[in-house]
Design a protein around this ligand. Structure first.
Ligand SMILES: NC(=O)c1ccc[n+]([C@@H]2O[C@H](COP(=O)([O-])OP(=O)(O)OC[C@H]3O[C@@H](n4cnc5c(N)ncnc54)[C@H](OP(=O)(O)O)[C@@H]3O)[C@@H](O)[C@H]2O)c1
Length: 342
């Protein structure tokens, strides 16, 4: 086992767009087993999850969660294996999911409820616990099932459709008998969601930079209008979707990534919310732990049976995390963005 732990700290807050200079790679010595306190386990991370919410935490501004402290290890979901343990329920070699952060190892007090979870990798790959069977999958499940609540035959649209959340939304909606239309950036991503994930259609928003052209493409893909919209992006895409929403449509406001670097996202026609009698609800998945068992049961069963497909973009090594994260905010990822650490 290594004697050092490489870590990435947030050392400054972005002024405008985030940059690699906001991060710093450092190293710390690792504890030996004799240095562990009762209840502590040392986890070696196999994968780090990179997620859009991390961009919000880099700012010191009003949000649903506290900012990431400066000069501390960047927060983040991790999967790995226990390499040292002083907790009776965790043995060396156990595969675990936790919030280990941007580092190669984490020292966890396993007495703290929910600090780490053992996971079953017999039928589900370890990395999927950061994606389709993890936080992004449960996010998709919550917004679709609890907010959009689609009926068979309805049309559901999802933006950032090839991503970690979007891909799951579409496949869950297909399993419920809906017509499913994705919106994604580029022909490759659109072909993937139709040909691999089984969506009925996909609109490439990058091929339609003019609002009228985007609306026309969406209209063609949604001949019966839109009953449910799962919003991941905001801006021009939301404007086009609002024009196609049917009366009493439901919108799950999950993310607005088009504005995460501070871009303004004015809505062109908010009166459509009234005219179409829409229900629009924002949500934060971490505030709904009660759905986790039901959601992960459905998602896990689908992944294990090969009924839920997913793609991963894997950056190699901790040092690649800042670049990979900045790329995620620009759509350079294709599917769930991970960093392979060991
Ligand atoms: N509310 C919650 O609790 C919660 C939980 C998890 C995630 N989220 C949100 O869910 C959304 C998707 O997250 P994810 O983890 O699945 O990420 P992801 O979709 O795997 O990756 C982000 C994708 O967003 C798209 N994108 C980036 N910048 C864009 C822009 N300016 N305009 C349009 N599209 C842009 C890109 O896809 P294209 O190339 O297709 O543009 C990119 O690949 C994010 O908004 C995230 O913040 C919310």
């Amino acid at each position: 086992m290594s004697t050092v732990n490489h870590q990435i700290l947030l050392v400054s807050r972005p002024q405008g767009e985030a940059s690699v200079d906001n991060f710093k790679l450092v190293e710390q010595p690792l504890p030996t087993v004799n240095e562990l306190a009762d209840g502590q386990v040392l986890v070696k991370h196999n994968y780090l999850s990179l997620d859009p919410y991390m961009r919000g935490r880099m700012n010191d501004s009003r949000s649903y969660a506290d900012p990431q402290p400066l000069n501390a290890v960047m927060l983040g979901g991790t999967v790995g294996e226990v390499v040292l343990s002083k907790h009776p329920k965790f043995a060396v070699g156990d595969p675990v999911l936790g919030m280990g952060g941007w580092q190669e190892y984490s020292l966890v007090d396993a007495h703290v409820r929910g600090a780490i979870h053992k996971v079953d990798t017999r039928h589900i790959p370890l990395s999927a616990y950061l994606g389709a069977v993890g936080m992004p999958g449960v996010t998709a499940w919550y917004g679709l099932v609890k907010i959009i609540a689609p009926k068979a035959g309805e049309t559901v649209v999802v933006s950032a459709a090839s991503g970690a959340v979007g891909g799951v939304v579409g496949q869950l909606a297909k399993a419920r008998g809906c017509r499913v239309v994705g919106i994604a950036g580029g022909a490759d991503k659109c072909q993937y969601v139709v040909n691999e994930l089984g969506f009925d259609a996909c609109v490439d928003y990058k091929a339609h930079t003019d609002p009228k052209s985007l609306y026309a493409a969406l209209k063609e893909a949604t001949p019966n209008g839109i009953d449910g919209y799962f919003e991941n992006v905001g801006g021009a895409i939301l404007d086009a979707v609002l024009l196609r929403m049917n009366a009493f449509g439901r919108i799950a406001m999950c993310g607005m990534i088009a504005g995460y670097e501070g871009q303004a996202l004015p809505m062109q026609n908010p009166a459509l919310i009234l005219v179409s009698r829409l229900k629009i609800e924002g949500f934060i998945v971490s505030e709904h732990p009660e759905v986790w068992p039901e959601a992960t049961q459905e998602l896990g069963a689908m992944v294990a049976k090969g009924q839920m497909k997913f793609k991963e973009s894997v950056a190699e090594g901790l040092a690649s995390a800042p670049e990979a994260f900045l790329g995620l905010l620009k759509g350079k990822n294709f599917g769930k963005q991970l960093v392979k650490l060991s």
